[in-house]
Design a protein around this ligand. Structure first.
Ligand code: AMP
Length: 112
């Protein structure tokens, strides 16, 4: 079972920010910004490569939740970034679809 599935199953603890039937949001253990939250589907989807017509609904739900969380976390006005890394060259280290919500500092562009 992957590490994020273990977090969903509460085998591994997390600092929860939001949870419902379909998704979980928790603080990144190694934050890259003052606000760094990961939002994941509870269902195991390996990455964007594995989103399809049968499982895509949860992605819209993740984004509507990200908009709410950004407001709650106080970064909606200042601005923030949503990132999902895919595969080796994309820098994905956990093979369970997740969206980084990053904010609270000037993030710069382009990323390194
Ligand atoms: P990525 O490199 O895009 O796959 O992102 C994976 C993220 O998961 C990294 O930013 C890690 O710091 C974070 N991470 C790994 N293990 C945990 C954990 N147990 N709890 C919270 N965040 C984690």
């Amino acid at each position: 079972m992957c590490i994020f599935c273990k977090i969903v199953d509460k085998e591994i603890p997390c600092t929860k920010v939001y949870e419902d039937e379909k998704i979980l949001a928790f603080k990144d253990i190694n934050p890259s910004a003052p606000v760094h939250v990961l939002v994941i589907p509870k269902e195991h989807i390996t990455s964007v490569n594995y989103i399809n017509e049968g499982n895509a609904e949860v992605v819209g739900h993740i984004f509507t939740t990200i908009a709410k969380l950004a407001k709650e976390l106080g970064v909606d006005e200042s601005g923030y970034r949503v990132v999902t890394n895919i595969g080796m060259q994309g820098g994905q280290s956990v093979a369970h679809l997740h969206f980084h919500l990053l904010g609270g500092r000037n993030l710069g562009w382009p990323p390194g």
